[in-house]
Design a protein around this ligand. Structure first.
Ligand code: C5P
Length: 232
């Protein structure tokens, strides 16, 4: 593992879930632990990068030499990521900047946040919550003219490779790391992971298969793949 693989680079990483308020006491969210994003932040800092970690609500310690910004909702996370990427590009240039999207951003949020706690009515056996789509943070950053190198993640329960390659193209990513979250031994809350990484290569895709290992070990391998893309 090249310990200086990212010297001079500025890496911005989104991590964890987002929380979308329903009313003052309730929210919609998901089971993301943030572990993969925090492991990547640590590995990037070890590899010499300046690291800004934009974290949703998680119970994890901030890695050494990592600047952490806590956010709650998808829209907060988008604003923080956009700002951090703009700062990175201004500081070191687009070619030296990297955005890694590990966050499990809520796809939808309640159309309206009730100002007061929604009360349960005696006659209401059913209520309806209208949801609206959240912005796609990584696609927005990948669509910039002055863009960093962009890596996305795809957690799927089926047709993992097909969905990942579709996202790679649709979101205009430089790399995508995917894993099968239907396996109980890897992904989400687990300390281990196994991933397949794709990147555009000629008319097709390049591919690397990372065997099951700790998220720290997987993170180091992902840093190496990133460094390879930066120098290619
Ligand atoms: O479409 P899907 O959510 O599976 O895409 C996963 C990738 O896109 C991840 O890298 C995730 O962090 C990113 N994403 C995002 N903003 C969203 C949804 C997903 O940055 N609103």
């Amino acid at each position: 593992f090249a310990s200086h693989a990212l010297t001079g680079r500025h890496v911005v990483i989104s991590a964890g879930p987002t929380r979308e308020a329903v009313d003052p006491v309730r929210y919609l969210s998901n089971h993301s632990s943030g572990k993969m994003g925090f492991a990547l932040a640590e590995a990037c800092a070890e590899a010499g990068a300046r690291v800004t970690l934009i974290a949703g609500p998680v119970n994890l310690a901030t890695p050494d030499r990592v600047q952490r910004i806590d956010v709650v909702s998808a829209r907060d996370m988008q604003a923080a990521c956009e700002l951090a990427v703009t700062d990175a590009v201004a500081a070191v240039g687009a070619e030296q900047s990297v955005f890694i999207a590990t966050a499990a951003v809520a796809d939808y949020r309640p159309a309206q946040v009730a100002e007061q706690k929604i009360k349960k009515g005696d006659k209401d056996d059913e209520i309806t919550l209208t949801l609206v789509k959240n912005p796609d943070i990584v696609a927005g950053i990948a669509a910039r003219a002055e863009r960093p190198l962009v890596m996305g993640f795809a957690a799927e329960t089926h047709a993992v490779e097909a969905y990942a390659q579709d996202k790679l193209a649709r979101k205009k990513l430089d790399l995508i790391a995917c894993n099968d979250v239907s396996r109980a031994d890897i992904g989400f809350q687990s300390d281990d992971n196994a991933m397949t990484v794709f990147w555009p290569m000629g008319d097709g895709v390049g591919r690397a298969d990372l065997a099951k290992a700790s998220k720290a070990q997987i993170a180091r391998q992902l840093v190496q793949l990133l460094a390879d893309r930066l120098s290619s």
